[in-house]
Design a protein around this ligand. Structure first.
Ligand SMILES: [Fe+2]
Length: 468
């Protein structure tokens, strides 16, 4: 029988008492119990914003480019993929760009595509790669033609290097409710964040009858105010599958792959859903929770090879993003990522991954540095233990989508769980140099400067102190 007792000297510590009645022996395991936040968000329905919401507004002008978004276009950040949609006719595939807003002297030619999904036909979806960009520079770019030209800008990252400061935002499971709007607005108020690491589940169009792809369009217009100006680095969730044989749609990821390209070939991947990029002082691996990953599959072999390519002397920070969490103490999607954990957790430890970000569970949780890699069927070693070579696992699926917040947690809080709270929000991973990064989680109800959870990360390669 296992009983948790409060620690007499510290409110943050507790211990388990194991009473073995047959042997009449009592063992005491002392552990850090972690924090279950007492904050309670007001309960109200999570509903998508109406089609005429201001953030979904179609830009004015004939065939105006809309749903503009960018992502990294190569391995090291010297290229950008620009994507946009035109509604009336294909129009121009050209992107004019340059470092002066008044002199867009360069141009690149993209391509256009369209897709059908059940009774929906998409607009004209354009993708164009801008290559050989100078590092650490602001570029302006123009889309459209004749009287309907729209101009945006982005900043390229510095050349990858060990002490390049770089600030990433973390958003997952965003959707398009009023909570989603608060999350994105809250995130944009942080002027230092230069790129988003997105942990999957985009529009939640598949929650509508026939996966109404109009909600893919509204989502594209919704995120434009951020995604047109800084890259969103995608990992893919279950809501991107759009696999619906009951209506004849049997091509997985069809809307997502038509709309949101990734630079997968640059890292030797053979599928857009999983890939890696280097940006600043970070090596980012996007793992696909819903693409085949068992031994001998392309993703398994690619991940094995990619981890061997990581050079911590160039990119000290090794970050993995994926959708389904491996450590999750909510009563929702419990152990969804377990088979992946069993297959790959030993690699996360072997390669000293600094942090794994995931989504899927619509709440927030951060773990200590723990691993559970010793089990071999017969030895009964099947509990997570403290491991300084292991990543911190962070669930950030709290963007604010139509399916609502999760507050139902397993009790008692597992010893691996450092902090958990059922609120919407986003996070910031602020890399200072090769040894330190400051991480903060921001719940939507607080002011922009407030961190509801925070942690100083020390780098697993250059400074592996006990930081969690
Ligand atoms: Fe999900």
């Amino acid at each position: 029988m296992l009983t948790r007792r409060a620690h007499p000297s510290s409110p943050h510590l507790s211990f388990f008492v194991i009473e073995n009645r047959e042997q009449r022996k009592t063992e005491i395991i002392e552990c850090n119990a972690g924090i279950t936040s007492t904050y309670r968000r007001g309960l109200y329905a999570s509903v998508d914003m109406p089609l005429d919401a201001d953030v979904f507004q179609v830009p004015s002008g004939y065939n105006a480019p809309q749903q503009v978004h960018i992502t990294q276009g190569d391995y090291d950040g010297a290229a950008v993929i620009v994507s946009w949609v035109t509604a009336d006719e294909p129009g121009s595939n050209t992107v004019k760009y340059g470092k002066s807003k008044n002199n867009l002297e360069l141009s690149a030619e993209g391509h256009v595509r369209q897709y059908k999904y059940y009774n929906y036909t998409s607009g004209y979806i354009h993708h164009c790669v801008l290559k050989n960009l100078e590092p650490d520079s602001t570029y302006y770019y123009a889309l459209g033609e004749n009287c309907t030209v729209r101009v945006f800008s982005f900043k390229t990252p510095p050349v990858p290097g060990p002490d390049v400061p770089y600030t990433f935002g973390l958003i997952g499971d965003l959707g398009q409710t009023s909570d989603s709007n608060i999350t994105l607005t809250h995130y944009k108020a942080n002027k230092d964040a230069a790129a988003i690491l997105y942990t999957g589940d985009f529009s939640y169009a598949d929650d509508y009858p026939n996966h109404d792809n109009v909600r893919w369009d509204t989502w594209g217009r919704f995120i434009e105010s951020s995604a047109a100006y800084q890259p969103w680095i995608w990992s893919v969730g279950n809501h991107e599958l759009d696999y619906a044989p009951e209506i004849g749609e049997t091509t997985p990821y069809k809307p997502m792959l038509n709309r949101y390209p990734t630079p997968y070939k640059a890292s030797g991947s053979t599928e857009p859903q999983y890939y890696a990029v280097r940006r600043g002082s970070a090596h980012i691996i996007a793992f696909a929770s819903y693409s085949a990953y068992a031994q001998y599959t392309p993703q398994y072999q690619w991940l094995q090879a990619e981890l061997q390519k990581v050079d911590r002397k160039v990119t000290p920070w090794l970050i993995v993003i994926m959708h389904a969490p491996w450590y999750n103490s909510y009563n929702y999607h419990y152990m969804d990522g377990e088979t992946q954990r069993v297959l790959f957790e030993a690699w996360m430890v072997q390669y000293k991954v600094d942090v794994v970000f995931s989504g899927h569970v619509h709440a927030y949780e951060r773990t200590h540095r723990i691993s559970n890699i010793d089990y071999n069927i017969t030895n009964a070693k099947c509990s997570p233990v403290s491991n300084n070579n292991a990543p911190v696992y962070i669930t950030i699926g709290d963007g604010g989508n139509i399916e609502g917040i999760i507050t139902n947690m397993t009790e008692p809080q597992p010893s691996y769980s450092a902090f958990r709270e059922g609120s919407f929000g986003h996070a910031i991973f602020d890399i200072k140099n090769r040894t330190h990064a400051y991480y903060t989680w921001h719940r939507n109800q607080d002011g922009n400067a407030v961190a509801a959870d925070s942690m100083w990360f020390t780098n697993r390669y250059f400074n592996p102190t006990n930081d969690s």
